[in-house]
Ligand binder design. Structure first.
Ligand SMILES: Nc1ncnc2c1ncn2[C@@H]1O[C@H](COP(=O)(O)OP(=O)(O)O)[C@@H](O)[C@H]1O
Ligand SMILES: Nc1ccn([C@@H]2O[C@H](COP(=O)(O)OP(=O)(O)O)[C@@H](O)[C@H]2O)c(=O)n1
Length: 251
Protein backbone atom coordinates (compact mmCIF):
# COMPACT_ATOMS: atom_id res chain seq x y z
CA UNK A 1 0.00 0.00 0.00
CA UNK A 2 1.21 3.51 -0.73
CA UNK A 3 1.49 6.19 1.95
CA UNK A 4 -1.97 7.44 0.98
CA UNK A 5 -3.42 4.00 1.72
CA UNK A 6 -3.96 3.30 -1.95
CA UNK A 7 -3.20 -0.06 -3.54
CA UNK A 8 0.11 0.22 -5.44
CA UNK A 9 1.27 -1.96 -8.34
CA UNK A 10 4.74 -3.51 -8.65
CA UNK A 11 6.21 -0.27 -10.05
CA UNK A 12 4.86 1.66 -7.06
CA UNK A 13 2.17 3.37 -9.16
CA UNK A 14 -1.23 3.82 -7.55
CA UNK A 15 -3.67 1.29 -9.04
CA UNK A 16 -7.09 2.51 -10.21
CA UNK A 17 -9.98 1.14 -8.13
CA UNK A 18 -11.88 -1.85 -9.53
CA UNK A 19 -15.14 -0.42 -10.84
CA UNK A 20 -18.56 -2.01 -10.49
CA UNK A 21 -21.09 0.01 -12.52
CA UNK A 22 -24.79 -0.32 -11.70
CA UNK A 23 -27.69 1.47 -13.35
CA UNK A 24 -31.45 1.08 -13.55
CA UNK A 25 -34.75 2.84 -12.78
CA UNK A 26 -36.04 4.29 -9.48
CA UNK A 27 -36.77 1.76 -6.74
CA UNK A 28 -34.99 -1.16 -8.43
CA UNK A 29 -32.63 -1.38 -5.45
CA UNK A 30 -29.59 0.35 -6.98
CA UNK A 31 -28.61 2.45 -3.96
CA UNK A 32 -29.39 0.12 -1.08
CA UNK A 33 -28.18 -3.09 -2.75
CA UNK A 34 -25.02 -1.36 -4.07
CA UNK A 35 -24.23 0.04 -0.60
CA UNK A 36 -24.55 -3.33 1.10
CA UNK A 37 -22.64 -5.19 -1.63
CA UNK A 38 -19.87 -2.55 -1.58
CA UNK A 39 -19.55 -2.86 2.20
CA UNK A 40 -19.24 -6.64 2.05
CA UNK A 41 -16.67 -6.44 -0.77
CA UNK A 42 -14.63 -3.83 1.12
CA UNK A 43 -15.34 -1.32 -1.66
CA UNK A 44 -16.60 2.26 -1.60
CA UNK A 45 -19.93 3.39 -3.04
CA UNK A 46 -20.60 6.45 -5.17
CA UNK A 47 -24.31 7.33 -5.35
CA UNK A 48 -24.41 9.63 -8.38
CA UNK A 49 -28.13 10.34 -7.95
CA UNK A 50 -27.27 12.06 -4.66
CA UNK A 51 -25.17 14.58 -6.62
CA UNK A 52 -28.02 15.38 -9.02
CA UNK A 53 -30.36 15.68 -6.03
CA UNK A 54 -27.88 17.95 -4.19
CA UNK A 55 -27.54 20.12 -7.31
CA UNK A 56 -31.33 20.46 -7.58
CA UNK A 57 -31.46 21.34 -3.86
CA UNK A 58 -28.74 23.98 -4.28
CA UNK A 59 -30.42 25.46 -7.37
CA UNK A 60 -33.72 25.78 -5.52
CA UNK A 61 -31.98 27.38 -2.51
CA UNK A 62 -30.10 29.82 -4.73
CA UNK A 63 -33.22 30.75 -6.68
CA UNK A 64 -31.75 29.41 -9.94
CA UNK A 65 -34.17 28.44 -12.73
CA UNK A 66 -33.67 24.67 -13.02
CA UNK A 67 -34.61 24.70 -16.70
CA UNK A 68 -31.92 27.28 -17.54
CA UNK A 69 -28.81 25.23 -18.38
CA UNK A 70 -26.51 28.29 -18.31
CA UNK A 71 -27.66 29.24 -14.83
CA UNK A 72 -27.29 25.65 -13.54
CA UNK A 73 -23.78 25.45 -15.07
CA UNK A 74 -22.82 28.74 -13.39
CA UNK A 75 -24.01 27.33 -10.08
CA UNK A 76 -21.93 24.19 -10.67
CA UNK A 77 -18.82 26.38 -11.06
CA UNK A 78 -19.17 27.77 -7.57
CA UNK A 79 -20.86 25.19 -5.40
CA UNK A 80 -19.12 22.74 -3.08
CA UNK A 81 -20.22 19.10 -2.89
CA UNK A 82 -19.00 16.29 -0.66
CA UNK A 83 -20.24 12.73 -0.25
CA UNK A 84 -19.01 9.87 1.91
CA UNK A 85 -18.09 6.64 0.12
CA UNK A 86 -17.90 4.33 3.15
CA UNK A 87 -20.42 3.65 5.94
CA UNK A 88 -23.49 5.84 6.39
CA UNK A 89 -24.15 8.26 3.57
CA UNK A 90 -23.45 11.92 4.37
CA UNK A 91 -23.90 14.60 1.72
CA UNK A 92 -23.03 18.29 2.09
CA UNK A 93 -23.42 21.29 -0.20
CA UNK A 94 -21.64 24.63 0.06
CA UNK A 95 -23.72 27.34 -1.57
CA UNK A 96 -21.97 30.01 -3.64
CA UNK A 97 -21.34 33.28 -1.86
CA UNK A 98 -23.32 36.33 -2.81
CA UNK A 99 -20.93 39.05 -4.01
CA UNK A 100 -18.64 40.19 -1.20
CA UNK A 101 -20.05 37.63 1.22
CA UNK A 102 -18.13 34.73 2.75
CA UNK A 103 -19.24 31.35 1.28
CA UNK A 104 -21.67 29.36 3.41
CA UNK A 105 -20.43 26.57 5.65
CA UNK A 106 -21.20 23.13 4.21
CA UNK A 107 -24.89 22.35 4.75
CA UNK A 108 -25.84 18.76 5.60
CA UNK A 109 -28.42 17.84 2.92
CA UNK A 110 -28.40 14.07 3.47
CA UNK A 111 -32.08 13.95 4.46
CA UNK A 112 -33.34 16.98 2.51
CA UNK A 113 -32.35 15.56 -0.89
CA UNK A 114 -34.63 12.53 -0.33
CA UNK A 115 -37.77 14.67 0.07
CA UNK A 116 -40.43 14.14 -2.62
CA UNK A 117 -40.14 17.88 -3.37
CA UNK A 118 -36.57 17.25 -4.61
CA UNK A 119 -37.39 13.93 -6.35
CA UNK A 120 -40.06 15.80 -8.31
CA UNK A 121 -37.63 18.52 -9.50
CA UNK A 122 -34.32 16.73 -10.07
CA UNK A 123 -35.03 15.65 -13.68
CA UNK A 124 -35.10 19.36 -14.55
CA UNK A 125 -31.36 19.69 -13.78
CA UNK A 126 -30.32 16.20 -14.97
CA UNK A 127 -31.77 16.78 -18.45
CA UNK A 128 -29.05 19.30 -19.43
CA UNK A 129 -26.28 17.52 -21.45
CA UNK A 130 -23.51 19.91 -20.32
CA UNK A 131 -24.52 19.57 -16.68
CA UNK A 132 -24.28 15.79 -17.11
CA UNK A 133 -20.80 16.11 -18.66
CA UNK A 134 -19.56 18.23 -15.75
CA UNK A 135 -20.99 15.88 -13.13
CA UNK A 136 -19.62 12.84 -14.98
CA UNK A 137 -16.14 14.40 -14.92
CA UNK A 138 -16.60 15.01 -11.19
CA UNK A 139 -17.66 11.36 -10.63
CA UNK A 140 -14.61 10.04 -12.50
CA UNK A 141 -12.36 12.33 -10.46
CA UNK A 142 -13.93 11.27 -7.14
CA UNK A 143 -13.41 7.58 -8.04
CA UNK A 144 -9.84 8.09 -9.26
CA UNK A 145 -8.88 10.03 -6.12
CA UNK A 146 -10.72 7.74 -3.69
CA UNK A 147 -7.72 5.59 -2.85
CA UNK A 148 -10.09 2.62 -2.47
CA UNK A 149 -9.43 -0.89 -3.85
CA UNK A 150 -12.83 -0.88 -5.54
CA UNK A 151 -15.84 1.39 -6.01
CA UNK A 152 -19.44 0.54 -6.79
CA UNK A 153 -20.75 3.47 -8.80
CA UNK A 154 -24.51 3.65 -9.34
CA UNK A 155 -26.94 5.85 -11.23
CA UNK A 156 -28.96 6.09 -14.44
CA UNK A 157 -26.21 6.18 -17.09
CA UNK A 158 -23.30 4.54 -15.33
CA UNK A 159 -22.92 1.37 -17.44
CA UNK A 160 -23.24 3.24 -20.73
CA UNK A 161 -21.75 6.73 -20.31
CA UNK A 162 -19.85 7.19 -17.05
CA UNK A 163 -18.03 3.84 -16.85
CA UNK A 164 -18.64 1.89 -20.10
CA UNK A 165 -15.29 0.10 -19.63
CA UNK A 166 -15.93 -1.03 -16.04
CA UNK A 167 -15.02 -4.72 -15.64
CA UNK A 168 -18.42 -5.32 -14.00
CA UNK A 169 -21.57 -3.68 -15.38
CA UNK A 170 -25.07 -4.44 -14.11
CA UNK A 171 -28.52 -3.14 -15.03
CA UNK A 172 -30.75 -3.59 -11.97
CA UNK A 173 -34.45 -3.54 -12.65
CA UNK A 174 -37.83 -4.56 -11.17
CA UNK A 175 -41.45 -4.19 -12.27
CA UNK A 176 -43.02 -0.73 -11.72
CA UNK A 177 -45.46 -2.19 -9.14
CA UNK A 178 -42.66 -3.74 -7.07
CA UNK A 179 -40.58 -0.56 -7.27
CA UNK A 180 -43.53 1.58 -6.16
CA UNK A 181 -44.27 -0.81 -3.28
CA UNK A 182 -40.67 -0.47 -2.04
CA UNK A 183 -40.68 3.31 -2.32
CA UNK A 184 -44.11 3.59 -0.63
CA UNK A 185 -42.60 1.69 2.31
CA UNK A 186 -40.04 4.52 2.66
CA UNK A 187 -42.55 7.35 2.24
CA UNK A 188 -45.30 6.98 4.82
CA UNK A 189 -48.16 9.33 4.04
CA UNK A 190 -48.06 8.70 0.30
CA UNK A 191 -50.32 6.04 -1.20
CA UNK A 192 -49.02 3.21 -3.41
CA UNK A 193 -50.88 4.79 -6.36
CA UNK A 194 -49.29 8.21 -5.78
CA UNK A 195 -45.79 6.73 -5.49
CA UNK A 196 -46.35 4.57 -8.59
CA UNK A 197 -47.53 7.62 -10.56
CA UNK A 198 -44.51 9.66 -9.34
CA UNK A 199 -41.86 7.09 -10.26
CA UNK A 200 -43.45 6.27 -13.62
CA UNK A 201 -43.50 10.01 -14.43
CA UNK A 202 -39.88 10.52 -13.30
CA UNK A 203 -38.68 7.41 -15.20
CA UNK A 204 -40.40 8.72 -18.34
CA UNK A 205 -38.67 12.12 -18.02
CA UNK A 206 -35.27 10.56 -17.26
CA UNK A 207 -35.63 8.00 -20.08
CA UNK A 208 -35.76 10.85 -22.60
CA UNK A 209 -32.09 11.45 -21.73
CA UNK A 210 -30.73 7.96 -20.91
CA UNK A 211 -31.94 4.40 -21.65
CA UNK A 212 -31.84 2.61 -18.30
CA UNK A 213 -34.44 -0.04 -19.10
CA UNK A 214 -32.49 -2.14 -21.63
CA UNK A 215 -29.05 -3.60 -20.90
CA UNK A 216 -26.36 -2.42 -23.33
CA UNK A 217 -24.14 -5.16 -24.85
CA UNK A 218 -21.98 -6.73 -22.13
CA UNK A 219 -24.21 -5.49 -19.29
CA UNK A 220 -25.70 -8.15 -16.97
CA UNK A 221 -29.42 -7.79 -16.19
CA UNK A 222 -30.43 -8.36 -12.55
CA UNK A 223 -34.23 -8.31 -12.17
CA UNK A 224 -34.98 -7.95 -8.44
CA UNK A 225 -38.79 -8.21 -8.80
CA UNK A 226 -38.77 -11.71 -7.34
CA UNK A 227 -35.67 -11.32 -5.16
CA UNK A 228 -35.60 -10.15 -1.57
CA UNK A 229 -32.92 -7.70 -0.44
CA UNK A 230 -30.44 -10.38 0.65
CA UNK A 231 -30.83 -12.30 -2.62
CA UNK A 232 -30.28 -9.08 -4.59
CA UNK A 233 -27.05 -8.33 -2.70
CA UNK A 234 -25.95 -11.95 -3.25
CA UNK A 235 -26.61 -11.65 -6.98
CA UNK A 236 -24.37 -8.58 -7.27
CA UNK A 237 -21.58 -10.12 -5.19
CA UNK A 238 -21.70 -13.33 -7.26
CA UNK A 239 -21.34 -11.33 -10.48
CA UNK A 240 -18.35 -9.40 -9.08
CA UNK A 241 -16.65 -12.60 -7.82
CA UNK A 242 -17.22 -14.39 -11.14
CA UNK A 243 -15.74 -11.43 -13.04
CA UNK A 244 -12.72 -11.33 -10.72
CA UNK A 245 -12.09 -15.07 -11.17
CA UNK A 246 -12.39 -14.72 -14.96
CA UNK A 247 -9.88 -11.84 -14.87
CA UNK A 248 -7.42 -13.92 -12.78
CA UNK A 249 -7.67 -16.85 -15.22
CA UNK A 250 -7.01 -14.64 -18.24
CA UNK A 251 -3.98 -12.93 -16.61
N1 LIG B 1 -34.58 -6.81 -3.63
C1 LIG B 1 -35.22 -6.07 -2.74
N2 LIG B 1 -36.22 -6.61 -2.03
C2 LIG B 1 -36.91 -5.87 -1.16
N3 LIG B 1 -36.67 -4.55 -0.91
C3 LIG B 1 -35.70 -3.96 -1.58
C4 LIG B 1 -34.92 -4.69 -2.52
N4 LIG B 1 -34.03 -3.83 -3.06
C5 LIG B 1 -34.25 -2.63 -2.47
N5 LIG B 1 -35.23 -2.72 -1.56
C6 LIG B 1 -35.79 -1.62 -0.76
O1 LIG B 1 -36.50 -0.79 -1.70
C7 LIG B 1 -36.30 0.59 -1.40
C8 LIG B 1 -35.77 1.31 -2.64
O2 LIG B 1 -34.46 0.86 -2.93
P1 LIG B 1 -33.33 1.84 -3.45
O3 LIG B 1 -32.04 1.12 -3.23
O4 LIG B 1 -33.47 3.20 -2.87
O5 LIG B 1 -33.64 1.90 -5.01
P2 LIG B 1 -33.02 2.81 -6.14
O6 LIG B 1 -31.70 3.31 -5.67
O7 LIG B 1 -32.91 1.91 -7.35
O8 LIG B 1 -34.00 3.91 -6.37
C9 LIG B 1 -35.39 0.64 -0.20
O9 LIG B 1 -36.19 0.82 0.94
C10 LIG B 1 -34.72 -0.72 -0.18
O10 LIG B 1 -34.37 -1.12 1.12
N1 LIG C 1 -26.40 8.97 -13.03
C1 LIG C 1 -27.53 9.62 -12.77
C2 LIG C 1 -28.08 9.59 -11.47
C3 LIG C 1 -29.24 10.29 -11.23
N2 LIG C 1 -29.80 11.04 -12.21
C4 LIG C 1 -30.96 11.92 -11.95
O1 LIG C 1 -31.11 12.08 -10.55
C5 LIG C 1 -32.41 11.64 -10.12
C6 LIG C 1 -32.30 10.98 -8.75
O2 LIG C 1 -31.48 9.83 -8.87
P1 LIG C 1 -31.51 8.68 -7.77
O3 LIG C 1 -30.55 7.62 -8.20
O4 LIG C 1 -31.33 9.28 -6.42
O5 LIG C 1 -32.99 8.21 -7.92
P2 LIG C 1 -33.66 6.88 -7.42
O6 LIG C 1 -33.58 5.99 -8.61
O7 LIG C 1 -32.85 6.34 -6.28
O8 LIG C 1 -35.01 7.32 -7.03
C7 LIG C 1 -32.93 10.77 -11.24
O9 LIG C 1 -34.34 10.79 -11.31
C8 LIG C 1 -32.27 11.40 -12.48
O10 LIG C 1 -33.02 12.52 -12.92
C9 LIG C 1 -29.26 11.03 -13.48
O11 LIG C 1 -29.81 11.67 -14.38
N3 LIG C 1 -28.13 10.32 -13.74
Amino acid sequence: MSAAGQPADAAGETAAPLLVAIDGPAGSGKSSVSREAAGRLGFGILDTGAAYRALAWAALQAGVDLDDDGAVLALLESWGFTITMRGEQWVTVTLPAAEGVVPSDPVDVTAAIREPSISGQVSRVSKHPEVRERLNAMFRRIVAESGLPGVVIEGRDITTVVAPDAPVRILMTASPEVRAQRRAGELPGLSHEQVLADIVARDAKDAQVVDFFNPAPGVTLVDTSELDFEQSVGAVIDIVRTARKAAEVSE
